[in-house]
Write a protein that binds this ligand. Structure first.
Ligand code: TMP
Length: 236
């Protein structure tokens, strides 16, 4: 597959056209941002780790019947993915209160939730990705009710699959963010990435944070945490 012109550069990834109309190439970067770009830095090896971890988890999800954009890993930091139009929503799945939910509801981080919580944010950096609900999504036409039903169903299935898989690696899945896209044929599939950038991973025993919160909160040991996740999931 031939890499053609760059189509988009985001905070953590670049997207390129290819000689195949049905594929893009994603290139993962070491760049890290937090607080909607307020904090900037770099995490050595992050691009490679996120590429490998995300591809590994997407292949697992495919086997469990969740369609994803994954096509082929091309290099340490590059992956061929299916062309989609991204649904402009961040879908957040929460098992344990942490981050913005803990803050919003005045809960101590680590408080178990009686039921898995699904949240949607409208993807708009200028607005700070505001929290929205099903009514906003329908009113604004960001996704049809049928598509949102599919997205919610996949999100819960992904949560069940990943929670069980990560548990075996000694990792508790606290919460995570997903993005979905629509193929030219109209199929909703999982897109973007699943990595320590987009999930909260806690060591099951020690509750040590093995994710981007180490960067967001200046906890130190950022690279080691990302490496630990790679090691536990891929044995590398
Ligand atoms: P939050 O508690 O800050 O709302 O984050 C919830 C989860 O979503 C957490 O695992 C981090 C992830 N996330 C992203 O991947 N990108 C984002 O822009 C935000 C706000 C959260």
């Amino acid at each position: 597959m031939e890499k053609k012109q760059q189509l988009y550069e985001g905070k953590a990834k670049k997207v390129f056209a290819t000689d195949k109309s049905e594929c893009f190439i994603i290139e993962y970067k070491d760049d890290a941002t937090a607080g909607n770009g307020a904090k900037r830095g770099s995490i050595a090896g992050k691009g490679e780790i996120n590429n490998r971890v995300s591809n590994h988890l997407m292949q697992l999800l495919e086997k469990q019947g969740v369609p994803t954009h994954y096509v082929k890993e091309l290099s340490a930091t590059e992956t061929a993915v299916k062309v989609v139009k991204i649904v402009p929503l961040e879908v957040i799945v929460r098992n344990i209160a942490a981050g913005s939910l803990a803050k919003r509801l005045g809960l101590e981080e680590g408080t178990p939730l009686k039921k898995t919580v699904l949240e949607y944010c409208y993807k708009d950096d200028a607005l700070g990705d505001p929290l929205v609900n099903e009514y906003h999504i329908a009113a604004m036409g960001w996704a049809s009710e049928a598509d949102l039903k599919v997205i919610a169903g996949y999100s819960f299935k992904i949560n069940e699959t990943l929670s069980a898989y990560l548990k075996d690696a000694g990792i508790q899945l606290i919460d995570f963010k997903l993005e979905f896209g629509k193929t030219p044929a109209g199929e909703i599939i999982l897109a973007d990435e699943i990595s320590p950038d987009t999930c909260r991973f806690w060591d099951i025993k020690t509750k040590e944070k093995l994710d981007k919160d180490r960067f967001r909160r200046d906890l130190g040991g950022v690279e080691d945490a990302y490496r630990e996740v790679l090691k536990r999931l891929l044995g590398e």
